[in-house]
Design a protein around this ligand. Structure first.
Ligand SMILES: Nc1ncnc2c1ncn2[C@@H]1O[C@H](COP(=O)(O)OP(=O)(O)OP(=O)(O)O)[C@@H](O)[C@H]1O
Ligand SMILES: [Mg+2]
Length: 246
């Protein structure tokens, strides 16, 4: 079976500035991969490369064995960008209807999905409010609901849990695991170690490099620590030693 997402020897940046170096990853169908790293480490840059919004400076990105961007493949991806792209002057429900219609869904199909996607993020009671009156967390939740609308084969989520309380976060993770079991491939970014522990695979990025990569348990064993956070700290120290800085 072909992997769903592959990144090979990716080098990426903006203009002459190199942001990511030597990034390799493979996500198979039904797997969840979390990209974890500090602010500015290059997580969103990697997500944008996978979506084909940035073409690789070097190396390869393939989704469903196809170089990105590709319109057909984009139609199979539920994407949630780091900054919410929502219509402030429309209600939550109207936003869902609008984005559903962009996916080519008719109103009956959209409404059949509405309860499910808004239930996942617990937005049901707020659907008739204008988005301009939403809190930051509510906007994230609406963006997540929109990314789930078309029952995508692949979910690519840039910081889906920002501004989301622990109870709802747990509920969202239950749903992501269910979707993965049904064959959905999920790639997400996070700053939060609790999220990282839920993924099948972790890719830790620091200063544009992959400093550790593997399953949560595999990384705990490899670094001989008890918590994912400690893996990150140890791997970061190794990187500093290698790069000759502190
Ligand atoms: N459009 C751009 N033009 C130039 N530099 C950029 C651009 N977007 C991002 N960068 C730079 O690339 C680096 C990585 O940014 P990126 O957004 O990928 O980080 P991140 O890991 O997603 O951070 P955060 O956790 O804060 O979202 C940063 O130094 C940032 O300033
Ligand atoms: Mg980012």
């Amino acid at each position: 079976m072909q992997p769903t997402i592959t990144v090979q020897d990716l080098e990426q940046g903006y203009g002459k500035t190199i942001i990511l170096k030597d990034i390799n990853l493979t996500v198979n169908q039904g797997q969840i991969l979390a990209l974890i790293g500090p602010s500015g480490s290059g997580k969103s840059t990697l997500i944008k490369s996978i979506m084909g919004m940035l073409l690789p400076k070097q190396g390869q990105v393939r989704v469903l064995d196809t170089p990105m961007p590709n319109r057909l493949i984009l139609g199979k991806i539920g994407f949630m960008a780091q900054s919410d792209a929502l219509y402030q002057g429309l209600t939550g429900k109207e936003n869902l209807e609008f984005f559903g219609s962009l996916l080519g869904m008719n109103q009956a199909k959209i409404h059949a999905q509405l309860d499910y996607v808004t239930g996942i993020v617990n937005l049901g009671p707020h659907l008739d409010k204008f988005v301009k009156d939403y809190s930051g967390g509510m906007k994230r939740r609406l963006s997540l609901a929109i990314s789930l609308l078309g029952q995508p084969q692949i979910l690519i989520l840039d910081e889906p849990t920002v501004g989301i309380d622990p109870e709802l976060r747990a509920h969202i993770w239950d749903e992501l695991h269910k979707l993965a079991q049904q064959g959905c491939t999920i790639l997400l970014t996070t700053h939060v170690m609790e999220d990282a522990e839920q993924a099948d695979q972790l890719l830790m990025i620091r200063r544009g490099e992959a400093i550790a990569q593997g399953s949560p348990q595999g990384l705990l064993d490899q670094f001989e620590v008890k918590q994912i956070e400690q893996v990150f700290i140890k791997a970061g120290r190794n990187q500093d030693a290698r790069l000759g800085s502190n």
